[in-house]
Design a protein around this ligand. Structure first.
Ligand code: FES
Length: 160
């Protein structure tokens, strides 16, 4: 699987017009506006951030500053399936490194990559709050615990 090109085509900007209208003139509204925009587009495309800056009379660098400061915001398009493998202490001790190696070898996915078809984004994170189930992965909102090296690959292969 290959890296995505991560191009930013201009999406339908009118999809966030009602959100911009709702927060019009309100100070400190950039975060909730960015949250709604991300919920709409799945990430924050550059044209959307430019549009938000323009509509809220906020300097563009400030909008980018907020978007890059908070880890909840994504500046690149992500896959339909977000696969997060934990490599925190509890998971690491219980073999998450082997899972990460197996995913790389068998699926060709490295941490941080999104496939070209935007089907998968693969991330390594540090504690998913389910240490008792270590080693743990999450696919979108589904927690999968007590993984053996091949388990995550099997789960990924089952995805539509
Ligand atoms: S260290 Fe993996 S869930 Fe906590």
């Amino acid at each position: 699987m290959n890296h995505c090109a991560c191009e930013d085509e201009t999406p339908d900007l009118s999809l966030i017009d009602d959100v911009l209208e709702r927060y019009r003139g309100q100070k400190g509204a950039i975060i909730p506006i960015l949250q709604k925009a991300q919920a709409t587009y799945g990430y924050l495309p550059r044209p959307v951030m430019r549009y938000i800056a323009e509509k809220t009379n906020t300097p563009l660098h400030q909008v980018f500053g907020v978007a890059t400061f908070y880890s909840q915001f994504f500046l690149n398009r992500r896959g339909k399936y977000i696969i997060q493998q934990c490599d925190g202490t509890a998971c690491h001790v219980r073999g998450s490194g082997k899972i990460i190696d197996a995913v790389q070898t068998e699926l060709g996915l490295s941490p941080g990559e999104t496939t070209e078809d935007y089907k998968y984004t693969y991330e390594v994170v540090y504690c998913l709050g389910s240490c008792g189930l270590a080693p743990v992965a999450v696919i979108n909102d589904k927690v999968i615990g007590r993984l053996k090296p091949r388990d995550l690959i099997d789960h990924v292969k089952e995805l539509e």
